[in-house]
Every structure is written in C-alpha cells, then in structure tokens.
Design a protein around this ligand. Structure first.
Ligand SMILES: Cc1ncc(COP(=O)(O)O)c(C=O)c1O
Ligand SMILES: N[C@H](C=O)CCC(=O)O
Length: 423
C-alpha cells in the first residue's frame, strides 16, 4: 500500500472512514477527501469543486460555511468551548424548539440522533413498563442495538441491515413491519399489543432513499398506538426543519408522544435532541428515574451554530424558495432521464428527495430494493466525474440548501442531461 491519504486512512481507520456510507462502497467507489466547503460547493483536497447534494447528510440547509453560522461559532469559540454548567443558549434552543413544534412541551439536548432515539426508546419502555418496540424495515434511527434491525442507510448499503454484535435477546424485542403497511402494523399490535412500548417511525423515510408516507400512514400510527397505550416516537432527525418549518408530524397536525431531532438544528455541529409531552420528559433524570447524561450535551458552540441557522430558516419565504428549487431539480432530473428512456421516479419532501431507478415511486424497502442499483451506481460516477456530488448510495437522500440557486440547479441539470445520454 502506498502513501495517498486514502491508503493511509485504510491503515488506521476501519474501512478508511469514520462512518460507513462515506466509504463510497455503496457505489463501488473511492471517496474524495474534503478540503473545504463554500456555499453549495464542496472542494476536495486536490482542489476539485463539486456541487454538493449530500450537504453533510442533511444538516447544512444554509450550505457550507454560511456567514451567520461561522460568525456564531467563532464568537463562541473565543469565549470558551465547553463549560459543564448550563448556558443561556441551551434554554433558548429549547424555547425555540418548543415554540416551533406544537405539542413539544420539553426538550433534552444530546450529541447525535443516535443518542436521541436510544433515549426515546428508554423513556417509552420506562413509561409503559413494556419491552418491545416496532420499527419499519429500511428505516434507520442510529446505531444502537434495539434499532439496528432491518436498518436502512449505510447498513442497507453494505448489506448488514442486522448488525453483528447485537444480542439476539435484544433483537427479539424489535418487531419490524413494512413501511406504509397499516395492516401489518395492526397485526403486530394484535399479536403483541400489551408488550409494545413504542412505534418509532421516520415520518418521511429518508434512509431507504426518500419515501413519502401514504396519506393514512401517520394518522394510523397515531391511532393504533393510542388504542394500545403505546408511545409514538416520530424520528425527525432527518426531516426536522428540512421538510419545512418544524416537524413533518407538526406540519400534518399530528402530535407524537416523543420527537427526536438532530442534523438541521445543529447546523453541522454534533447535536441531537429528544422532546415531547411533559409527562414523558419528566421521567428523565434528574427530574425522574430514566437516566441519560452527556459531558458535551448542549455544547455552547453547537447551540450557537444551531440557533444561528434556525434564525435564518424562520425568515419569510425561506422554505417556499428552497422547496421550489428542490422541486425544479427533482422534476428536471426525471424529465431528462425519461427523455433518454431511462425509467426513473422520484419522491420529494420539502428540501430532500431521491431519484429512484425504477418507473414508479417505491412505497417500502422491498420496492426500493427492486430498483436498478447498478444504474444508480453508473449515474453517481458519471455525475461525480462532471463535478456533481450525489449521495454515494441509492439508499440515501439528496439534500438541497438555500445556496443552491437557480444557476447551480441549471448547471446540475445540464450535467444530468449529458449523463443520462451516456447511461
Ligand atoms: C432518521 C434518523 N434517525 C437517526 C439517525 C442517527 O443520527 P446520528 O447519525 O446523528 O447518530 C439518522 C442519521 O444518521 C437518521 O437519519
Ligand atoms: N443516512 C445517514 C443518516 O442520516 C447518513 C449518515 C451516516 O450514517 O454517516
């Protein structure tokens, strides 16, 4: 092995990376190393600029290095990086979230989406005294044991949806049903209803690619869980402030018992949060018996960055323009592919979407798996060679930022035209 950065990385990091999807194995590729980000562009170590549609896997809704976020981080860094006592901004962040998400009474800040969903399950089990949880196949909720079952994202990409190292006793407590399948959910409750603590769902799936729920799916989760005395955890780590202001559940007038957030609320800093009804959050230590803690939770730089970003997204027309551009791109890709007789379809939700290499949009993970993943692989590489960085896996979503202006979208579509011609 030689001495390139990639070769060095593979000697000292498992698979050369710190998170599997970054390895580009999902498209049989080799990753480029980032040097810096500027607006919609990611610039590699060798100086190549890429139009970036990965956007840090979702958090960077203002693009890279937005001046308001950079300024907030710099100012805070000069005043200290971590304190271990409460800060004003932790309160402001919690107030912001509870203000913009109806039904969210209280919030606890953590450091990642994984921590948020892990604790949400613990609260649900404590509140109900029940052991089992329900998740949907192809959904990803982080890498803790209870939820690494039939998981999407990198786990699906690498063919390890059921991770080694998860004790079978723990895996047995997780019931998996197909996304968008209300009857299968009813069946699970008919069989195990009195043992189920919670249903955790991505309200728009983003980790099998973007899959929008059928109209009745989320209301059915709400009514079934209520009927059986289980909690509904809406995992909005990806969708929160990405699909629109607040959460998907709140946009649809639904109130889950617990909500998990991360990504956009941290602007690229390691942040997560869980929140929900007061009766459940009051169970969390030191107020109650459910233990959860964190040296870095509510970190001052993370809250400064997150709040700076959130203050931008509440500006008038922020989402209408962003969603319009996202739609322009998503529809433009479909039109161009079809012009060249390539069967594709798309699911879009707010500022995220996935282009599926199949003629009808999938409703669940099985259907996602029946798309042309080899076609996606070739599309990814041809786009990358021409300076457009699409997600390095057919199981991830495209993320658009406010810095992807009309010109950048047009440039992307021109590249796509050339690529579909070659596919
Ligand atoms: C819906 C969802 N939940 C949870 C997670 C886990 O978040 P994190 O990677 O911050 O641990 C992710 C992404 O990774 C996600 O997309
Ligand atoms: N799909 C994942 C989260 O949303 C991608 C992030 C990762 O696993 O590195």
């Amino acid at each position: 092995m030689g001495d390139t950065l990639w070769e060095r990385a593979q000697r000292v990091l498992p698979g050369g990376v710190n998170s599997p999807v970054r390895s580009f194995r999902g498209v049989d590729g080799q990753p480029f190393f980032a040097d810096r980000g500027e607006g919609p562009y990611l610039i590699s170590e060798d100086g190549t600029p890429y139009i970036d549609y990965v956007m840090g896997y979702g958090p960077l809704i203002l693009g890279h290095a937005h001046p308001a976020v950079v300024d907030a981080v710099e100012r805070q860094a000069a005043r200290g990086i971590g304190y271990g006592v409460p800060t004003r901004r932790e309160v402001e962040m919690a107030e912001f979230l509870t203000h913009h998400i109806p039904g969210l009474d209280m919030v606890r800040l953590v450091n990642s989406g994984t921590e948020a969903t892990m604790t949400a399950l613990r609260i649900a089990r404590a509140a109900t005294g029940r052991p089992r949880v329900v998740k949907f196949a192809g959904s990803y909720h982080g890498h803790h044991d209870s939820l690494l079952i039939k998981a999407g994202s990198g786990a699906a990409t690498l063919g390890v949806p059921d991770s080694a190292g998860v004790p079978s006793e723990i895996a047995a407590l997780t019931i998996t049903v197909p996304y968008n399948d209300v009857e299968a959910l009813e069946d699970a409750f008919r069989q195990y209803g009195s043992e189920i603590a919670a249903v955790i769902a991505e309200p728009v799936a983003g980790n099998m690619g973007t899959v929008v729920p059928d109209e009745d799916f989320l209301p059915a989760i709400r009514s079934i869980t209520e009927r059986y005395g289980a909690l509904w955890i809406s995992d909005e780590v990806m969708t929160g402030f990405r699909v629109g202001l607040g959460t998907v559940a709140s946009q649809r007038g639904l109130t889950p018992d617990l909500v998990t957030l991360a990504k956009v609320i941290g602007a690229g800093m390691p942040v997560g949060a869980y929140g929900g009804k007061r009766e459940y959050l009051s169970l969390v230590a030191p107020a109650g018996p459910v233990y959860q803690a964190g040296t870095f939770s509510g970190n001052p730089i993370a809250t400064a960055a997150g709040l700076a970003q959130l203050h931008e997204v509440v500006q008038p027309d922020f989402y209408s323009v962003l969603v319009m551009r996202t739609e322009q791109l998503a529809k433009g890709l479909v039109e161009r592919a079809r012009r060249h007789n390539i069967p594709v379809s798309v699911h879009q939700a707010g500022a995220m979407f996935t282009l599926f290499f199949r003629d009808t949009p999938p409703r669940n993970f099985d259907e996602v798996n029946r798309s042309d993943t080899e076609g996606y692989r070739r599309y990814f590489h041809l786009m990358l060679e021409r300076g457009v960085f699409m997600p390095p896996s057919p199981f991830e979503s495209v993320f658009v930022s406010s810095r992807h202006d009309a010109e950048v979208i047009e440039k992307t579509l021109a590249v796509a035209e050339e690529v579909f011609q070659k596919l």
